[in-house]
Design a protein. Structure first.
Length: 401
């Protein structure tokens, strides 16, 4: 069994130990300050005997350290150094996660914690149940109040039956041990946890939620956050963006969300109106005739791909019919479609006309689409596609005479 120095003193930065076992790059020590990872928290890194420790893992009560290139022997005394900046960041992150989740739970009691991730580059928790920015805003405020109170963070070990009847947050179905480690935040939270933590909430310094995203299929939402200096810098950065946005749209900062929601609704109404108008225009198109062939063509503004595709498919149900549609938005979109009795290489024509302006097209012989970011020459591209089609149809008309 390896004696876990990090449990009795999570602030330990260096230690001496005896090598007990060697297995390739892996070494087993009689005691260690290296946390092997657990409770969603990544393992410690650092050095042993001046050589870099690249990975740490637990196997039962043993903690193994990966030290590539070592020449240690069983019985040898070695000196270990923890990467303290990394360790302390993980400790603050893990305690911050307990504070944040418990704060969210107070606002939304039906949520369930699925998993957490605590690393230097990412801190997040995945939950089942509903949360939104209104809930997160209140929980974040509460979490930072708990940090500022400087509450003591302590640990204790309880019997399994004590945990099950105490109201402590614990997923007992995932825990096999009879003795369970509990992390307590004085008067605020108690949870079963295998990770290592700071001793006082004030050490977390600050918590700032940066993102709420879908966590399907393992949960409903992933809540990403920062702690400490990173939290303060992110809050300053995003706060400045919010103030700038408020100024741009002429809204008070406290009314920014409502203003954006109103603008979003207006955009939806305008897009629906534009879509309706575009459909009416498409269905009123008069074809240009080339012998037995009909060409339906039009260049539209901000018409979505689905509408153009649906209408093109509707038109080409007619025999000897060609559709050439274009739409401009952030990029130019073109659709070239023909009835199957029209022998035209749609992808070939689109690629020929689009490549000159940095675009490309693809699809099947009788239905192709493509685009370009060159909006300046969109009319020229459209004319070129139309001219290519006219030429191809003229040749077919001449050959049929």
């Amino acid at each position: 069994m390896t004696y876990h120095l990090y449990e009795s003193d999570p602030y330990i930065k260096s230690f001496d130990a005896t090598v007990e076992k060697i297995d390739g790059d892996w070494i087993l020590l009689d005691q260690t300050a290296f946390f092997p990872g657990g409770g969603g928290q990544e393992c410690d890194l650092g050095s042993i005997g001046g050589l870099r420790v690249t990975e740490v893992k637990a196997e039962g009560d043993h903690v193994y350290h990966r030290v590539p290139g070592h020449t240690f022997n069983p019985g040898q005394r070695v000196h270990g150094e923890i990467d303290w900046d990394r360790r302390y960041e993980l400790m603050k992150g893990h305690t911050g996660e307990h504070i944040l989740f418990s704060s969210i739970l107070r606002e939304s009691p039906d949520i369930e914690l699925v998993k957490i991730h605590i690393s230097p580059s990412k801190k997040s928790l995945v939950i089942k149940g509903h949360v939104d920015w209104s809930v997160i805003s209140k929980a974040q405020k509460k979490a930072n109040e708990i940090i500022m109170k400087g509450l003591a963070v302590t640990e204790c070990w309880l019997e399994r039956n004590e945990v099950s009847t105490s109201g402590i947050r614990a997923k007992l179905e995932r825990i096999t041990e009879n003795k369970i480690r509990i992390i307590k935040i004085d008067g605020f939270d108690q949870a079963a946890c295998a990770g290592i933590h700071v001793r006082n909430t004030a050490e977390v310094n600050a918590i700032f939620v940066t993102k709420i995203s879908s966590a399907k299929p393992i949960g409903d939402f992933e809540i990403s956050f920062e702690v400490g200096a990173n939290a303060m810098m992110k809050s300053i950065f995003f706060g400045a963006i919010a103030l700038h946005a408020s100024d741009v749209i002429g809204a008070q900062p406290e009314h920014l969300v409502n203003a954006v929601e109103n603008m979003k609704h207006l955009v939806t109404v305008l897009k629906d109106s534009l879509k309706k108008h575009a459909r009416e225009r498409l269905r009123s198109l008069v074809p240009e005739r080339h012998g037995p062939f009909k060409i339906y063509s039009g260049l539209f503004e901000s018409v979505d791909r689905k509408l153009l595709t649906d209408e093109a498919n509707r038109f080409i149900q007619e025999e000897k019919t060609v559709c050439i549609f274009g739409s401009t938005d952030e990029r130019a979109l073109f659709i070239l479609a023909v009835n199957k009795d029209v022998d035209i290489d749609c992808p070939g024509i689109l690629n020929k006309c689009l490549s000159e302006f940095g675009g490309k097209g693809g699809g099947q012989k009788h239905f192709a689409s493509g685009g370009t970011t060159d909006l300046i020459h969109i009319n020229e591209v459209f004319r070129n596609i139309l001219d290519e089609v006219r030429f191809a149809l003229s040749q077919k008309v001449a050959n049929d005479r």
